[in-house]
Design a protein around this ligand. Structure first.
Ligand code: CP
Length: 299
């Protein structure tokens, strides 16, 4: 892999070749599964998980990835950190660096937070979700999941819908970069008020029309905590309902957490509903993708 970046802040940092290199390494970890015998590239190293916003999947999968690579970790959560006393994000990161951590994985509400940290510290920084701007490790794990599902390294024949609260979605922003880098066509679907036109790809507010054209559907959570507002007809117009599933045989994805009964029906979210439900495969891919990233940057 040619990639010699010191940080992973955005998928814009990677070429298609770099992305494929990381995805192949992640696939190797997935294939090895429990049989993977690590040569412990992170042995003796401590990774700081600096999570100023809540997380289930991203934080735990970075922790599992670190441990599987033979490393150790320290968690610093926003709710219990000295940020509550006014300490800045960059000062917090500088203090972690001063303790001797080998890398910083950061989730924050600041749009440019990981970039600001990367300018100040001397250790690798991984963006684990910044405001509404970027979530590159999510997009990488989504690309791993989709390429394994389709059995290809790239996706030039695929048309993928990203559906829902696009306006507040760092997952959508990073996936548009990642999926188009792999050659896929992407259509963003949602109500006009949640559908910005600055993503550089096609948009639509007619989910049923788009559903007839796509081979994968990535449903997004409506982010009420970021003041998203939707009408009472949201589920009927933009939800992946049981009725819609009856006419759709493509891959079903959701980065989680899910609003069951709103953007995705309970029935559709359940893994038994369809052999094309990749929602928990995404979570499994998340550990492998993060192993590939940590190994490359810090191992
Ligand atoms: N997909 C995702 O980022 O989930 P968490 O917020 O639980 O990490």
């Amino acid at each position: 892999m040619a990639w010699n970046g010191r940080h992973l802040l955005s998928l814009d940092d990677l070429s298609q070749e770099d992305m494929i290199g990381l995805m192949q390494r992640a696939s190797h970890f997935l294939d090895a599964g429990d049989r993977y015998e690590p040569d412990a590239p992170l042995a003796g190293k401590i990774i700081a998980n600096l999570f100023m916003e809540n997380s289930t999947r991203t934080r735990c999968s970075f922790t599992v990835a670190t441990k599987r690579l033979g490393g150790d970790y320290v968690d610093l959560l926003g709710s219990t950190s000295s940020a509550s006393k006014g300490e800045t994000l960059v000062d917090t990161a500088l203090n972690l660096e001063a303790m001797g951590v080998a890398g910083i994985v950061v989730r924050c509400s600041e749009e440019r937070g990981p970039w600001e940290i990367a300018e100040q510290v001397g250790v690798p920084v991984v963006n684990a979700g910044s405001g509404t701007s970027a979530h590159p490790t999510q997009a990488l794990l989504d690309a791993v999941t989709l390429t394994r599902y389709f059995g290809k390294d790239t996706l030039p024949e695929e048309h993928i819908a990203i559906v829902g609260d696009i306006a507040h979605s760092r997952v959508a922003r990073s996936n548009v970069i990642g999926l188009t880098k792999l050659g896929a066509k992407v259509t963003l679907v949602g109500p006009p008020e949640l559908l910005p036109d600055d993503f550089g790809c096609k948009t639509s507010s007619n989910f049923d029309d788009v559903l007839t054209e796509v081979s994968a559907c990535m449903m997004l959570r409506v982010q009420f905590e970021r003041d998203a507002q939707v009408g009472e007809d949201y589920r009927d117009r933009f939800g992946l309902t049981e009725e819609r599933l009856a006419n759709f045989n493509g891959a079903i994805m959701h980065p989680g957490p899910m609003n069951r009964g709103l953007e995705i029906d309970d029935y559709v979210a359940n893994i038994e509903s369809s052999p094309h439900n990749l929602i928990l495969s995404q979570v499994t891919s998340g550990v492998a993708a993060r192993m590939a990233i940590l190994e490359h940057l810090i191992g």
